[in-house]
Design a protein. Structure first.
Length: 344
């Protein structure tokens, strides 16, 4: 065997070298090293920070949602209030207009009663109306304020039926207590009626009305046949139909017994009411048949009128001009027209 063929002695490898470990121990680092990837501990820190970021985002979203919910709740709470405020602001002019209309209607009713109703007539009304009447000069002693506990308006001749009075007495007011309206003002809830009270009940009152109408018709027919009374064509039907106040009929007959008279027309219709007797007459201020010159004729009529006793004392006597025509003598009696003065 040649030397080149002699096999080399086997080299024994240490186990640590075989396992890839330097037997001399780990080498000391000679400089900074560069990490090629996250270590296991770094990976745990990143995994822990990720949930915290999601929790923070969720908290922000929750806060935003909570703010939105609170805003919606506040808006829903204030929306009806704002709507009511807008509605009230829009309805304020309408309320003011209704109040102004009601005051205007009360003023008309009070003005009519103060100037047309006799000063000896007793009137019952609510506190505001009675106060207004007293301020207009109507005798306070003839005014009775309806108390809230009153069950009826009896004790007076007239009742001024405002909304409060109608509410207090209900349907009985016009069916039982005061069935006749002699004047009415306005419409709807603000309407005011001036009513005649039926002290003996509606049946007795209706009977008295019917009897008085029959007596007025009979008296009017007698005046139409009186040669000392000249009647215009437009007034004959009023006398024949019994539409003239009984005091006027008696007064006309009285005047005609002294001097011939000429009836130009009748007046005194009540506003807003069913036909009630007319309470005024217009007489010519001269009549050839009287044979009285100048102002002597009208002065004679006025003297006779002022000499009368109740209930035939006129509310007013004076010269007026009708529709741009000649002056006439107006004789007016107060409301209401009494019943039972005539006998048919």
């Amino acid at each position: 065997m040649s030397a080149s063929e002699v096999p080399a002695a086997p080299v024994a490898l240490a186990p640590r070298v075989a396992q890839g470990i330097d037997p001399a121990g780990p080498a000391k680092p000679t400089g900074p090293t560069r990490s090629t990837g996250p270590t296991r501990s770094t990976g745990r820190r990143q995994a822990a920070s990720s949930p915290r970021r999601w929790q923070l985002a969720g908290l922000v979203i929750a806060v935003v949602l909570m703010i939105g919910a609170v805003a919606a709740l506040v808006a829903s709470h204030h929306a009806p209030k704002l709507a009511r405020q807008h509605s009230q602001a829009a309805s304020a002019p309408a309320v003011s207009q209704r109040l102004a209309n009601a005051l205007a209607i009360r003023s008309q009713a009070v003005g009519w009663v103060a100037t047309q109703v006799g000063r000896d007539v007793t009137v019952t009304c609510d506190a505001a109306t009675c106060s207004a009447l007293a301020a207009r000069g109507f005798p306070a002693s003839n005014l009775t304020v309806v108390q809230p506990t009153a069950s009826d308006p009896y004790g007076a001749v007239l009742v001024i039926a405002t909304a409060d009075i109608r509410s207090q007495f209900g349907r009985k007011l016009d069916v039982v207590y005061a069935p006749q309206v002699i004047a009415s003002f306005g419409a709807g809830p603000s309407r005011i009626d001036v009513r005649v009270i039926a002290p003996l009940g509606p049946v007795a009152f209706s009977t008295a009305l019917s009897a008085d109408l029959a007596a007025r018709k009979s008296s009017g027919a007698q005046l139409l046949r009186n040669p000392r009374i000249a009647v215009s064509a437009g007034t004959r039907a009023l006398l024949a139909d019994g539409l003239i106040d009984s005091r006027l009929l008696t007064t006309i007959a009285f005047l005609a017994a002294k001097d011939p008279i000429d009836i130009v027309g009748f007046g005194g219709a009540s506003p807003g009411a069913a036909p009630v007797p007319l309470r005024s007459v217009y007489l010519a201020e001269s009549d050839p048949a009287a044979h009285v010159a100048g102002n002597g004729y009208v002065q004679s009529l006025e003297a006779l009128l002022h000499s009368q006793s109740p209930p035939y004392v006129p509310l007013s006597v004076g010269s007026v001009q009708l529709g741009g025509g000649p002056q006439v003598l107006e004789v007016e009696f107060a409301a209401p027209s009494p019943l039972g003065l005539l006998r048919s």
